[in-house]
Ligand binder design. Sequence first.
Ligand code: ATP
Ligand code: MG
Length: 356
Amino acid sequence: MGALTLTSIEKTYPNGHRAVKGLSLDIEPGEFVVLVGPSGCGKSTILRSIAGLESLTGGEIHIGDRRVDTEPPAKRDIAMVFQNYALYPHMTVYKNLAYGLKNRGVEATEIDRKVREAADLLQINDYLDRKPQQLSGGQRQRVAMGRAIVRDPQLFLFDEPLSNLDAKLRAHMRLEIKKLQRKLSATSIFVTHDQVEAMTLADRIVVLNGGEIEQVGTPRDVYHRPASLFVASFMGAPAMNFFSTRVDGGDLVLTDGQRLTLPAEQRPALNGVTDITLGVRPEQIAVTETVRDGLVTFDVGMGEELGVSQLLHGQVADAEVVLNLPKFERHDEPQLGLSWPEDAWHLFDSRSGQRL
Ligand SMILES: Nc1ncnc2c1ncn2[C@@H]1O[C@H](COP(=O)(O)OP(=O)(O)OP(=O)(O)O)[C@@H](O)[C@H]1O
Ligand SMILES: [Mg+2]
């Protein structure tokens, strides 16, 4: 029995909008699961339904062997951390941390012990007497986490808790959350639309599209074996390059007639499909200054210097293509030859969008 089990959960809002479409998921004890997907795909709805802030219109939710979707939120033993922190502005940090425990009738000495323990863990001991508006964004975020930790819940839910922070603090807090989660072995679900956050935090990533699961897997799985065009285009920045092709014998033919010879071990995967979208990640493409047979012809466009690497934009047949080159390479030629290793080919059925 998993720590949390979602069984065919459904949420149709009163206005008729079906935000979650029969979604099932099993989360292991201590696992850190990240829900990722574009705006409106149902991430918050799923989290709010687990917390009990929304009622399901179908399916069941279990924590261990206890059914919770029929229980009121207070009985579910879940703590949620929100994007806007939702701290009480008129209370000190100490009182913000203590409030939930006090409400549940926990004894004062026990409250004090738990508050100080959480404050230690989060390094907010020095701010216990301050009010939230006297804190920086990162400190407020820590208080919000502290409020979840003192409750010692069975499950932590995070709804985009880092999205109000600037890029540097965000990266720092991301690491802090990961360390903390490891230390507490707390079963957690973390929602974000930031694919870097998803990749770095998750034991497993759940990619959502329109209220349904597109893929569940480790960050590696999802990145290196995306199950669909949707996942392939969502995970990775800059995004994977896609080429429309038709199969001809053992070749993929681009829209301008260029022929690419498919690696032999990829051929059985085609399985009779004739319209293939070929995906190649920008960082897996190598450039050669001469254009010759066996290389793909690339019309050079704009370059962008990123410091650690260099993006080179351009065109292959009718496709906009971006290369992520490891070091600064100056290219004055109008055309370059492209190649990539055998493990860089991602083949998708153009009609269904599914990986072959
Ligand atoms: N109370 C509501 N009534 C009707 N529709 C709603 C309600 N709340 C959300 N929705 C719709 O349900 C869908 C899912 O919303 P949800 O907030 O879960 O998306 P999300 O994935 O969290 O998006 P974001 O990344 O923008 O936060 C959206 O199309 C949204 O417009
Ligand atoms: Mg949301």
